[in-house]
Design a protein around this ligand. Sequence first.
Ligand SMILES: [Zn+2]
Length: 207
Amino acid sequence: MRGRAALAAFDRGGLEPLDATLAQFAERLARENHTLKRSLTDPRLFSGIGNAYSDELLHRARISPLKLTSKLTPDEVARLFHATRDTLTEWTERLRAELVDGFPEKVTAFHDAMAVHGRYKLPCPVCATPVQRIRYRDNETNYCARCQTEGRLLADRALSRLLKSDWPKTIEELEVSFQTYFENHSQLCQVAASCSLGFEIPWPKPL
Ligand SMILES: [Zn+2]
């Protein structure tokens, strides 16, 4: 019981994705309206999805890390569900296999086999477009603009200009800024090569 009690102390109540049904996964996503990046990495909502795996599964699901959970279609929720399970399963097996061969040379949050996480400027394994990033404090989110955001690239400096100050101190502040930014501005810039607020479309919009 002592071990169980100790375990419970670490249990933040997050859903274990590999034990969950699609309906349970969807219910968790619908509980709070946040960006996917924040909801997926919130240990109160989901267990075991950190910064790295969230980048990887969002890339696999082809959905923006800044998409709000309230705006997801049923198809997108299903894609996220399967991408989450596939990502966690594959990485568990990969890391286990590496351990069988001996201890990994170093334990790091980054891994060569990752598609986008920790791979800023390196080619996306799906489309070869350089991987992008969104920085906040000492953290960063990596994504592929062609695979996940319809070619839209949000430059860090553009966000700084938008905020007219330093970086937000919390992810919550960042989310409010992004939400306003997207809602007020994204429709205007769907076809522009670039826009005054810094959206850039360096590649043709996918058909
Ligand atoms: Zn890509």
